[in-house]
Design a protein around this ligand. Structure first.
Ligand SMILES: [Zn+2]
Ligand SMILES: [Zn+2]
Length: 244
């Protein structure tokens, strides 16, 4: 299995889990052209697109994807906020704590803390990638997980950088603090989970102005001892259950 980062950050998020036979798109917050290129114009290969919440940087191309024949799974309120008919045959409404199967991917959703209608995170299982956690746009995570093999997690800002930069911008600072995950919370979360079988920690959705790639990578590596990658548009990495 491979993870392809089509887009990451507040300009747009889309991630593809793909092997030779099938693919799962996670988020579609980028231009549809970027998605088409990433999947080599082969929509048939994409089992589904799973979307965490309605913000444009996660859901921008949802209607185009549905028009192109891709099934979308997200919260009912998320569809409603996006003005998509929930009885559309490609709109699959899920609950904040739900499970469903698309091709070889088994997906569990769980609730997260974000300023959106019905935001979720995903635990994805595929026999090649093992258990993949996808966690973004959340102040923190209320759950811990067992037997994770690969982790895709938001490290949006560092409290220190934010404090220094946004001292005079209370509103913006509070919005970030209450809806995104800091590096510090990300590290606390990772340490609270059993990482024995984890092959990759991929940091996503870094803020352009309130993060520092090198520092984030080093600190997460120091705290976990795991292979840490900071996602960048176009990144492709092996995402398997076993490390070879
Ligand atoms: Zn976002
Ligand atoms: Zn958001």
């Amino acid at each position: 299995m491979q993870l392809k980062v089509i887009g990451t950050g507040s300009k747009g998020n889309a991630y593809l889990l793909e092997n030779e036979e099938e693919a799962l798109l996670i988020e579609c917050g980028v231009n549809i052209r970027a998605i088409k290129q990433a999947i080599n114009f082969n929509f048939k290969k994409v089992n589904a697109c799973i979307v965490t919440h309605e913000h444009g940087d996660h859901a921008k191309s949802i209607k185009e994807l549905m028009a192109a024949g891709v099934k979308v799974y997200t919260g009912r309120k998320t569809f409603e906020t996006l003005k998509i008919e929930t009885n559309h045959h490609r709109a699959n409404s899920i609950f904040q704590n739900d499970d469903f199967k698309v091709g070889g991917f088994k997906v569990k959703s769980f609730d997260v803390k974000h300023d959106a209608a019905e935001p979720v995170g995903f635990l994805i299982n595929h026999q090649e990638s093992g258990n993949v956690l996808f966690l973004t746009d959340t102040m923190y995570c209320s759950y811990t997980f067992r037997n994770l093999n690969n982790i895709i997690i938001e490290a949006n800002y560092s409290r220190e950088i934010l404090r220094d930069k946004l001292a005079a911008m209370e509103f913006l600072k509070n919005r970030i603090l209450q809806s995104h995950m800091s590096l510090e919370t990300c590290i606390d979360f990772l340490k609270a989970n059993d990482l024995t079988a984890v092959n990759n920690v991929v940091l996503i959705h870094l803020s352009d102005s309130n993060s520092n790639e090198k520092q984030f990578k080093n600190e997460v590596f120091k705290a976990t001892g795991k292979n840490v990658t900071v996602a960048d548009n176009g990144l492709e990495i092996e995402f398997n259950k076993t490390p070879f």
